[in-house]
Design a protein around this ligand. Structure first.
Ligand SMILES: NC(=O)c1ccc[n+]([C@@H]2O[C@H](COP(=O)([O-])OP(=O)(O)OC[C@H]3O[C@@H](n4cnc5c(N)ncnc54)[C@H](OP(=O)(O)O)[C@@H]3O)[C@@H](O)[C@H]2O)c1
Length: 260
């Protein structure tokens, strides 16, 4: 298959262009976060059936309503990644298998970033939570989904990651250390899944105006942060058949509409 082939379920390339996720089931973790919400709406507009995972039911419902208003189709999966264990992820994967018969895309947008603190003064529990939510839970969730995803003709695991040039610097704590771990995980998993239908890639967006960003920067001193909607199409791209071209890569596109 080449990067220009039509998406499954699409009759011709023009339809694939209009609905590049038609016929695909996509799980978005962190679906009511800044990027997660916008990516969910963009995936729905691109034709995906969505599983929206988040820890706050009222906020998940608001995303679901927005997806429905735009004509999309979603089911909710409330789950707190801090407390969930491998059995919870196995149950989640089994339920997705029962409901949809498969899973074609997994987008990781959930992230824990409590704020900038010197490592020496970081609360031990906050450190462990950041490593867990940003690295271990992402892997446990992915691991549970892989058997379902392997059954697809083409499936994509997409991690959203931060810029290590910044987050390996002072004060980024467990969040920053987990970013370095995720880079290793992307390349390791990519190598191990070569020759399978499951592709692994990562999106490294630029600064976005979200709650996560606000935990590290004061908004009035942060003129470069953009609306997370400007990275939503990049998520769709990596999840779609066209994302084959980015297999194994950490992709750092400019925000949509920047003209670059
Ligand atoms: N914002 C940026 O400038 C920027 C730059 C580069 C990369 N990124 C990456 O982009 C991705 C999305 O970040 P964002 O900016 O959209 O952040 P965000 O708006 O803060 O969204 C993060 C989401 O993760 C959820 N979450 C946190 N802990 C969780 C848990 N224990 N269980 C389930 N969900 C949990 C949050 O839920 P609550 O709403 O309940 O807190 C929130 O919905 C992250 O991978 C981040 O590393 C962001």
């Amino acid at each position: 298959m080449s990067a220009t082939d039509a998406a499954p379920g699409a009759a011709d390339p023009n339809q694939a262009e209009a609905a590049p996720l038609a016929g695909r089931v996509v799980l978005v973790a962190g679906a009511h976060g800044g990027l997660g919400r916008e990516a969910s709406l963009a995936c729905a507009a691109a034709g995906a059936k969505l599983v929206l995972l988040g820890r706050k039911v009222p906020r998940l419902k608001r995303v679901d309503e927005a997806v429905a208003r735009a004509g999309g189709d979603a089911v909710l999966y409330p789950l707190d990644l801090e407390g969930a264990g491998p059995d919870d992820y196995a149950e989640m994967a089994a339920r997705i298998g029962d409901a949809f018969g498969g899973l074609d895309g997994l987008l990781h947008c959930a992230a824990d970033m409590p704020g900038l603190t010197p490592l020496e003064h970081t609360d031990p529990a906050a450190f462990a939570r950041a490593i867990h939510v940003n690295l271990t839970a992402r892997w446990w969730l992915t691991q549970a989904c892989l058997p379902l995803m392997r059954k697809a003709e083409d499936a994509a695991v997409v991690f959203t990651v931060d810029d290590p040039a910044r987050t390996s610097g002072a004060y980024w704590g467990g969040y920053g250390i987990a970013q370095a771990g995720q880079e290793a995980m992307v390349s390791m998993l990519h190598a191990e899944l070569a020759g399978t239908p499951v592709r692994v890639s990562a999106l490294r967006p630029g600064p976005m105006r979200t709650r996560l960003r606000a935990s590290a920067y004061v908004e009035r001193n942060d003129p470069h942060a953009v609306d997370p909607a400007r990275y939503a199409r990049a998520c769709v791209h990596l999840l779609s058949r066209a994302g084959v071209a980015r297999r194994g890569q950490i992709w750092a596109p400019p925000p949509a509409g920047s003209g670059t």
